[in-house]
Design a protein around this ligand. Sequence first.
Ligand SMILES: Cc1cc2nc3c(=O)[nH]c(=O)nc-3n(C[C@H](O)[C@H](O)[C@H](O)COP(=O)(O)OP(=O)(O)OC[C@H]3O[C@@H](n4cnc5c(N)ncnc54)[C@H](O)[C@@H]3O)c2cc1C
Length: 379
Amino acid sequence: MITWTEDQRSLRESVEGLADVLSDGHVEDDQRGAFPRAKWDRVAATGLLGLPVDAEHGGLGQDVLTTMHVLEGLGHASRDGGLSFSVSTHLASTATPLNRFGSDELKRRYLPRVAAGELIGAHAISEPSAGSDAMAMRTTAVRDGDHFVLNGSKAFVSNGPVADLVVVYARTGPAGTAAGTTAFLVPRDTPGLGFGGPIAKMGLKTSPLCELFLDDVRVPADHVLGRVGSGFLVLDYVMKREILYSFVINVGEMQRRLEQVVDYAKNRAQFGSTIGRFQSVQNLVVDMKVGTETARLWLYHTAQKLQSNKDTTIDVAISKLVASEAAVASAMNAVQVFGGYGYMAEYGLEKDLRNAVAGTIYSGTTQIQQGRIAAMLGL
Ligand SMILES: Cc1cc2nc3c(=O)[nH]c(=O)nc-3n(C[C@H](O)[C@H](O)[C@H](O)COP(=O)(O)OP(=O)(O)OC[C@H]3O[C@@H](n4cnc5c(N)ncnc54)[C@H](O)[C@@H]3O)c2cc1C
């Protein structure tokens, strides 16, 4: 059990205070499927997008645990799960590796505006034929003087349609080797970098996603994050934080949904009794409570180990698996408790379910996490 300080609580309160603004029109925004830039700016104004960025580069210089505490507040406050996903993508994809692995010059040029949310970040790892098997990526980066020339294509770039900076992972060495990949910070206006249009998807509709095309894209060598060949080390660092950040947002969402469902079950009457008196309804709600608490415990436990520089390979995999599956179950149970109203778009619960399904796929699918856990058990 973590006891949060006054400072940590007040950082979170500044985001929780935006609940009405961020949730306003969330069902209509989902139906339109447009990125809510004005809401993004409101989140940015709280300083949240600079939470894990060093203070000397315009951020708030907060650790992973504090960042998570505030992000949980974002999930709790905002009914726009797509916006929250765009926030965690921005933080993990770009702010995190730039802050940790960028050169001083690169940080000076970009980081203050990333921390302020003026520049939106994305990352491009997956490819049409390299998803779970990221090591099979084909996008190449070939050294040419003081530049690298990138060629290839990327799939599923969250924030891509609105991104100003993309961290592109490309092969600089032999295919299939962990040491053969490098991370590059690529500004949107770099010649040869092409963005596809927003791709329609099942959920997270306010978080736009697109393909990326790289046709002789010349990237200055000083835009490498980390070292040449260290792309998978950068990605490992990024993915751990992406999982902690995006799924603690889900915990906030699960908590909010639990409160909504308890309230509904106490007030909705059928057969002369409130539905919360029926044990089968109680079981649905109890499972939501257990899922929320279990996911929260795993995520913060993993973050504490991470901050103590302990090996978190199995903990991250368990956290991701537990939290993503709990989020789907929580949304599904909420739809069930609300009955026909749960199925109606107006209540936002069917949207929550569509949003939650994505969590079992991005940042490594459920099956990939199961494989990692099995491997850690020596199987
Ligand atoms: C909403 C959303 C946002 C995303 N955002 C980004 C982003 O910003 N940047 C980015 O680079 N990518 C992003 N992705 C892509 C995501 O990382 C991939 O979809 C994911 O890694 C799975 O890859 P795939 O879709 O190619 O599926 P595949 O790898 O083809 O998997 C298909 C099925 O096979 C299973 N499978 C594959 N390999 C194994 C194995 N070894 N053992 C057991 N089962 C296996 C999978 O679990 C899955 O069920 C996003 C995806 C979604 C849905």
